[in-house]
Design a protein around this ligand. Structure first.
Ligand code: NAP
Length: 285
């Protein structure tokens, strides 16, 4: 029976992965910063060698872009050295490592979607540290899947929940018209990550909701689907503190999925509708 270790299990994507894994895997080890700090090599290798999982899924990360700018050393420690420590451990126990990465590895200068063969040129510390993490995984872990995604929403704090909260509170919502990417459902992403982990050839895959939009269009769609009225003001990325450090255009072409004949995720609007319907049903019960 197969064993899986999820690092960063309490995070937005980690929680979703764990929910999907638990019914079908013999053992699912869930750890977070307080149980196994991925920046400590001995903690990582000790846990791996004791439990010998067949798969390690790294959902841990320092994901606050502004905090990464303010604390460069910590960002590289978690996002780069954490991935290195997991890669070394995975190699030792012959496990396959699944590493989650980001559209922030691109510079945002391109006007057509970035595919897996485009050169990554991160501008922020977050993007640089995540790219360094990817490189460690490629160099050190013989069996690996790297998944880059963007604008993930699901449980916990995320853009969709923030817009719904602000609308209900009557707060003015300011959203950038010049920040463009693909919103991605954590549930749909988690399902695809597990499919890739079990069935796909090793390598790098872009996995996002299909289609793309600006932050403004995203917010507008969220409000429409939830049937909420709010003061939604279009601004530029420079005026929007949420997006100021991010690439302005980071649409990811899911080329590797298509070439591998693996189904892409649904259109972003379809998954968003599904998410909001489920959320509203839960609220009404
Ligand atoms: N959210 C997005 O839109 C998005 C988009 C593209 C890619 N990604 C990538 O997807 C991954 C997961 O994202 P997410 O949104 O689920 O992030 P998240 O909600 O911030 O979760 C990250 C988790 O990692 C844990 N963690 C932090 N430092 C750690 C350490 N030293 N050792 C062990 N665990 C540690 C955090 O614990 P604490 O809460 O205790 O710090 C948290 O539970 C990240 O690698 C991120 O770069 C996210």
């Amino acid at each position: 029976m197969q064993k899986v270790w999820v690092c960063g299990a309490n995070g937005r994507v980690g929680q979703q992965i764990v929910k999907l894994l638990e019914p079908s895997y013999a053992e699912v080890f869930c750890t977070d910063k307080d149980s196994v700090d991925i920046t400590v090599p001995e903690a990582v290798s000790g846990f791996a060698e004791l439990n010998r999982p067949h798969y390690i899924i790294n959902c841990a990360g320092m994901t606050d872009v502004t905090a990464c700018e303010k604390n460069i050393e910590e960002a590289f420690k978690v996002n780069a050295l954490g991935a290195r420590n997991l890669s070394v451990a995975a190699r030792k126990i012959n496990a396959k490592l699944v590493q989650l990465s980001t559209d922030d590895v691109f510079d945002g200068e391109q006007q057509i979607p970035y595919n897996e063969f485009d050169v990554a040129r991160p501008q922020s510390i977050y993007g640089k540290s995540k790219l360094a993490g990817e490189n460690f995984v490629k160099e050190l872990s013989p069996k690996h899947i790297i998944v880059r995604s963007s604008w993930i929403y699901g449980t916990g704090d995320n853009y969709v929940n923030m817009i719904l909260k602000e609308a209900k509170e009557g707060t003015e919502i300011r959203a950038a018209v010049d920040q463009i990417a693909s919103p991605t459902s954590a549930l749909r992403l988690a399902e695809k990550m597990l499919e890739l982990m079990e069935h796909a050839p090793d390598g790098l895959y872009h996995v996002t909701g299909q289609g793309y939009c600006s932050r403004y269009e995203f917010a507008k769609e969220i409000l429409e689907l939830a049937g909420l009225k709010a003061k939604l003001t279009p601004v530029t990325g420079k005026q929007d503190e949420l997006t100021v450090m991010r690439p302005s255009y980071s649409v990811l072409d899911n080329l590797m999925l298509r070439m591998s004949e693996i189904e892409c995720l649904p259109d972003w609007k379809e998954s968003l509708k599904e998410y909001i319907q489920i959320r509203m049903q839960k609220e009404n019960n």
